[in-house]
Design a protein around this ligand. Sequence first.
Ligand code: C5P
Length: 247
Amino acid sequence: GSCAVVVVAAGSGQRLGHGVPKARVPLAGSPMLVHAVRGVLKAGIAAQICVAIPEGDAALASICEQLAAEAATAGVLFTAVDGGAERSASVTAALEVIADGVTNIMIHDAARPLTPSGVFNRVAAALRDGAAAVIPALAVTDTIKTVVPASLPATGAGLEKVVDTPARHQLRAVQTPQGFRLDTLRRAHEYLLTLDAAAAASITDDAMLVEALGEVVFVVQGSTHSLKITTPMDLLLAEAMLAGPLR
Ligand code: C5P
């Protein structure tokens, strides 16, 4: 079947502190979105690329025109849509413009512009082999705790306390692209519409919705190069990767 890749790029990027939407922040001279879309084109798995950008962002719209031309050269349909206030709303907007004949879909963060082709290929291969949902992930190196708010006995100072330590060998840090059969992801987003605001806000990736439907979500190997650029430190690391030895 044919595959569409949605690149969500409608976030504000406030934690990066650049004062412009994150997708426009330059990396080795080109906007992050350009790196992300070229990465999808290079992987050679997409018949359509759909980018969700902030509504009214003329600079990103013009970057998309240039990317549409590059996609056309590669025989890939390119579509840009206005994103929403939440990441999930940006995905919903993209789902409305997926071309006829598309059977599989990947949702990818523009904030992971250095994702290697191998990761796209592993996700695509699992979909080809019958997975309805598949995500790339890495084993975690830190021990992860579950915490709740707590007050210090003497002063009442507000801290947190540990309530659980999940077994580290079972934990994975999840990345994108997340791959789905298109009908499965459409059902997941219909389910999202039935949730109240608090429940909807607790959904942090597309796979969570598919899990809630009771579908099996398979896991393939991610990559350290797929890091999500969130803080100035991440930007420094990405620049270093592009400059050479880590490439
Ligand atoms: O904010 P965060 O880094 O978790 O965002 C992950 C991805 O989701 C980014 O690529 C961002 O542009 C995208 N996003 C979006 N629409 C939103 C919020 C985030 O497309 N409303």
